[in-house]
Structures are given as structure tokens and as C-alpha cells.
Write a protein that binds this ligand. Structure first.
Ligand code: GLN
Length: 384
């Protein structure tokens, strides 16, 4: 059908997300899909039993807008246990339909026309569009390659009286870089005495390796009091398709957040929330996640050793960056397509997370996969 007028696009530079594009290409080409970040193994069967039981018991109508109380209490208890910070389950914890919804709600709740919002590129692909839809101006600061360190001089230089928001992400997608204690001190110095709100995308919080401590904003009073912390049950419990996440933030920030959330999705899937609340009674499962994925990272690195791909450091998340500069000069997006079609392994080009920097010759591979998937993928990649 043709529309009888031209609609002015609010996101003129946005197409379909790279995750959808690469997963479709992988499926069309019959390739092993190490592109979009999702596990190819099942979640704990207790979760499926739990959802089924709650459905059978009739928990099939709208959940409370803020989230099921038992789940909000379980989230608050987790922050106290892991980070020693008490969030009020009634006023400071909100369940959302995934981390992406929570990021959108937080951005729209705090930003508007005339505001500037700092993002650190490469950054997850929903940040900048959310800022643009809010009417604010994205201000892009580049991380320092090849270790994706935060250049704090560049962050300081980007702050102006109009800066309303900074979005940070650790463990970092796509690089797997993590913030250290020194970064926390730098961040505190940057925001001290300002009205800057922090959105801290911590969806990979439990997927952290080599004994490192996750530097949650919850661990520091001065950062916690101005932060939205975003979490994702999809990443933590291997259920990305259930689209369940949350935001914790001080009550004044949470109140504004909920005003947006209630008109975006109103509330999140009821039986899933009840099952997750039961699951969270076992925090050991969260502590097992780091070693579990570290073994997968190490297996993938081991299987790839001797190949012409050069791994970059990965301290967390379930993504491994690989430098392919010794293989070809092709741009990352072109090489990712060719690798999928000719060699049968799909990855994500990091240019999809970049706005101003030139893309390095680097691809992102998701290692949240069964051993046999990683073995088959590495066998193909060894032939490149
Ligand atoms: N977070 C996932 C990734 O980085 C993708 C989520 C999505 O497809 N929107 O691969």
C-alpha cells in the first residue's frame, strides 16, 4: 500500500538491528549462529516447571505495574547480598519486559530536548536511538582500543552544563571489558556536584571472569544515589526469549521511571515473574554463572588457538572479540557476511556499535553455546 503523505522519520539513520539481520542471515545460510547473544542450551527445568505451575494455578492476568512483589523483594535481597545496598522493594525496584525496555524507560524519563547524553562507543545499539527519541542529543565518546579502556579525559571533555545523562556498561557489550575500582573513582569525580544521572547497564553483572569483582553502581553510595541499574533475567537464567528484566534506582528516579514504564508495557508477564522469584531464592546459581561462562570462553579460545583470528581480552559478558586483520582488509560488516555465507559461522560486526570512530578489523562472537556448537564453529573458523 502507498501512504498518501511522507512521514518524517524520527530515526532516519536506523535500519533493522544487526542482531535480527545477522540471525536471519545465519538461518538462511544454514550457518552456526554466534552472532546475536543468546544461549543455544536450555534454562533450568525448574523455571519451566515454575512458569507452567503458576499458569495452571491461574496467575495469568496483569501483574502489578511495578512487578510482582515477591520478585521485587528477591531483586532487592540480591543487591543487599551481593553489594551491601538496600533498595526498597516497593519504591525502588521495577520489573520490566527486558533490559532494553528498562534502558528506554530510564532514558525517556530523564532526558529531553536541550539535554545531552553521553555514551561510550562502541555501545549497545539501543542507547543512541532511545536518546534520539527522547529529543536529547547523544554525545559520543570513544573507548580506547584495543583494550576498550575508558578514556576519562575524553569523558571529562564531553561534559557540559547540558549533560543530563551518562550511560555506562560493564561487563561491556561488545568487548567484554570491565570497569575496575579506578574507573569508579574517576566516574565519581566526573559526576560530583553535577545533576548527571547514570544509567548503568549491568545485564552481564554475573558473567564476570578471572576472579574480578563486578563494579556495580550499587556498591558506592554517591553513584547509587544518581543511578538506574539495569538487569536482565534473560542473560542470567538463559531465557532471553522471556523478555524479563528490571531497573533499580533511588525512589525519586524510580517514580519517574515508572511513569514511562506504565505506558510502554504497563506490566511484565505474570507467571514468569512468579517463577523467577522462586528461582532467585537460590543465589548460589548466580555465583556459578561466572565460572560456567569462563569455562566456555576458555574452551572457545583454546579451540581457536592457531587460527588466524587474534582474540582480544575478555573479562566478562558472553562475547569474544576477534581481530581478523591478518586475514583480510575487508570492512567488518562485509567480512561478517562473507564468513556467514562462505564459512558458515555468523558473528556481529562491531561497526554496528560505532558512531564516530572508524571500525577496527574486529568481529564479535557469542560463546554462550554448547560445547559441540563451539567445536563445530571453531573447526570452520580454523579454515579461514
Ligand atoms: N543483547 C544481545 C546481543 O548483544 C541481543 C539482543 C537483541 O537482539 N536485541 O547480542
Amino acid at each position: 500500500m502507498t501512504t498518501p503523505f511522507r512521514l518524517q522519520s524520527k530515526l532516519p539513520n536506523v535500519g533493522t538491528t544487526i542482531f535480527t539481520v545477522m540471525s536471519k542471515l545465519a538461518s538462511d545460510a544454514g550457518a552456526i549462529n554466534l552472532s546475536q547473544g543468546f544461549p543455544d542450551f536450555d534454562c533450568d527445568p525448574a523455571l519451566i516447571d515454575g512458569v507452567t505451575r503458576h499458569m495452571r494455578e491461574g496467575r495469568n492476568q496483569y501483574a502489578p505495574m511495578q512487578g510482582v512483589p515477591a520478585l521485587r523483594q528477591a531483586i532487592a535481597a540480591k543487591y543487599e547480598l551481593f553489594h551491601g545496598r538496600r533498595y526498597d522493594a516497593d519504591t525502588e525496584v521495577t520489573v520490566t519486559s527486558g533490559g532494553t525496555e528498562a534502558i528506554f524507560d530510564a532514558v525517556v524519563a530523564v532526558c529531553g530536548p536541550g539535554d545531552e547524553a553521553i555514551v561510550l562507543e562502541p555501545c549497545y545499539d539501543c542507547y543512541v536511538p532511545a536518546i534520539e527519541l527522547s529529543g536529547a542529543t547523544p554525545v559520543v565518546v570513544s573507548l580506547t582500543l584495543p583494550d576498550y579502556r575508558l578514556d576519562w579525559d575524553a569523558v571529562r571533555a564531553a561534559v557540559t552544563p547540558r549533560t543530563r545523562l551518562i550511560i555506562i556498561n560493564s561487563p561491556h557489550n561488545p568487548s567484554g571489558a570491565i570497569l575496575g575500582p579506578a574507573d569508579i573513582q574517576e566516574l565519581k569525580a566526573v559526576v560530583r556536584g553535577t545533576d548527571i544521572v547514570i544509567i548503568s547497564d549491568e545485564v552481564y553483572e554475573h558473567i564476570i571472569f578471572d576472579g574480578a569483582q563486578h563494579q556495580s553502581m550499587a556498591r558506592d553510595e554517591q553513584l547509587a544515589e544518581r543511578s538506574f541499574i539495569i538487569g536482565s533475567f534473560g542473560k542470567t537464567y538463559h531465557i532471553t526469549g522471556w523478555k524479563a528484566g528490571y531497573a533499580v534506582a533511588p525512589s525519586a528516579l524510580s517514580a519517574e521511571f515508572r511513569k514511562v514504564h506504565q505506558f510502554v508495557t504497563f506490566s511484565t508477564n505474570t507467571p514468569v515473574q512468579h517463577a523467577l522469584a522462586e528461582m532467585m531464592a537460590r543465589p548460589e546459581a548466580l555465583r556459578e554463572l561466572g565460572p560456567f561462562f569462563q569455562a566456555k570462553r576458555d574452551l572457545f579460545l583454546d579451540l581457536m588457538s592457531g587460527s588466524r583470528f587474534r582474540p582480544l581480552p575478555c573479562g566478562g559478558s558472553y562475547f569474544q572479540l576477534m581481530d581478523y586483520s591478518s586475514i583480510t582488509d575487508e570492512a567488518d560488516a562485509d567480512f561478517a557476511v562473507r564468513l556467514t555465507r562462505e564459512f558458515g559461522v555468523a558473528s556481529i560486526p562491531t561497526s554496528s556499535f560505532l558512531y564516530r570512530s572508524a571500525a577496527p578489523k574486529v568481529l564479535r562472537f557469542c560463546f554462550a553455546k554448547k560445547t559441540e556448537t563451539l567445536e563445530a564453529a571453531a573447526e570452520r573458523l580454523q579454515k579461514v
